[in-house]
Design a protein around this ligand. Structure first.
Ligand code: UDP
Ligand code: MG
Length: 314
């Protein structure tokens, strides 16, 4: 019998875990030829999340958990879960039921019968979301697809049904700065997209503020594209070109009309403009260097505090 591991990152989700478990239990009988395992990753929650998960684990032998020593972020949670998963198929989904379990059957069918390596889901709308947030999200997706080869679909969720082969490919990418949406796209494989209408959270609140999302978007761009570096070089080149023309103009003018001391405001504007541009470009460079710095340290992606999973021999 084939096994399916369900990887669920949880951060301060004490209210949603039981609801999630009950809901997904309803759909498991529809996939009778699969044996299930649940891997809950407690991402350093400050509420009773771990307690809830342990309670489930005591009742149900299929429930495994990993609890982090602090909050490492959803990306680290997903990585830890994928690493611990032992299934032939692996599902990643949120615990708040915004990734509806009723899609599982179709996703399984796509992988098992239709020959896909992965069934992925996307929201067709952004109902219940602030318009400004949706606008930024759309802009981000169109931008990152233009400037990187990560192939990220607008509205794509991290709700996926994957084969072991695909998960091994994900795990082989051991980068510290993990932008999972980009990694999924970058590794390729045949993916079937299953659209669904946005669902609101079952309980609790979103962990993403606008600012956090904005930084996340920047992270994605830095992780999967070097275009900003090109743009800053190009800006430098354009500035040099303009400076050369202005210089010729000034020299010629000085020869023809003599050179009364004037033009202080224009000089200051030019200096400030160029100074600003330099800072901007250095900032872009700095962002890449800082990522490089973090990668070079080779820190672990997460640190486990507690788990009921025995270490795999490797
Ligand atoms: N999550 C996590 N670590 C974090 C933030 C979120 O593991 O630092 C989990 C969270 O528990 C949930 C999923 O990631 O299962 C998605 O989070 P959320 O629902 O807050 O995001 P949204 O659906 O609003 O984008
Ligand atoms: Mg959610």
């Amino acid at each position: 019998m084939k096994k399916c591991s369900v990887v669920v990152p949880c951060y301060n989700e004490e209210e949603t875990i039981q609801i999630f478990y009950d809901e997904i239990e309803k759909y498991i009988p529809k996939m009778l030829d699969l044996e299930f395992e649940f891997i809950f990753v407690d991402d350093g929650s400050k509420d009773g999340t771990l307690h809830e998960i342990k309670r489930l684990a005591n009742m149900d032998k299929r429930v495994k958990y990993i609890s982090f020593s602090r909050n490492f972020g959803k990306e680290a949670g997903l990585f830890a879960g994928l690493e611990a998963a032992t299934g032939d198929y692996i599902v990643t989904m949120d615990v708040d039921l915004q990734d509806p379990p009723f899609l599982l059957e179709d996703m399984y069918k796509a992988v098992k019968e239709e020959g896909y390596d992965c069934a992925a889901t996307m929201r067709t709308d952004r109902k219940g979301e602030a318009p400004i947030r949706s606008w930024f999200a759309r802009k981000f997706y169109s931008l990152i697809n233009k400037i990187s080869n990560a192939d990220i679909v607008d509205g794509a969720r991290d709700y996926r049904f994957m084969t072991r082969q695909m998960v091994d490919a994900i795990l082989s990418m051991r980068e510290y700065n993990r932008f999972t949406k980009g990694i999924f796209g970058w590794i390729g494989f045949k993916t079937k997209w299953i659209p669904f209408e946005n669902v609101e959270r079952s309980a609790g609140t979103t962990k993403w503020s606008f600012w956090k999302l904005f930084l996340y978007a920047l992270e994605g761009i830095i992780a999967f594209s070097t275009t900003p570096l090109w743009i800053s070089s190009l800006l430098g080149l354009v500035c040099c070109f303009i400076a050369a023309i202005v210089l010729i103009f000034i020299v010629v003018r000085a020869f023809i009309y003599g050179d009364p001391v004037a033009g202080w405001p224009s000089m200051i504007s030019a200096i400030i403009f160029i100074g600003g541009l330099q800072m901007f470009c250095m900032g872009i460079l700095g962002m890449y260097v800082s990522k490089l710095y973090l990668e070079a340290k080779q820190r672990p992606i997460y640190i486990t505090r507690e788990t009921n999973i025995e270490k795999k021999d490797s």
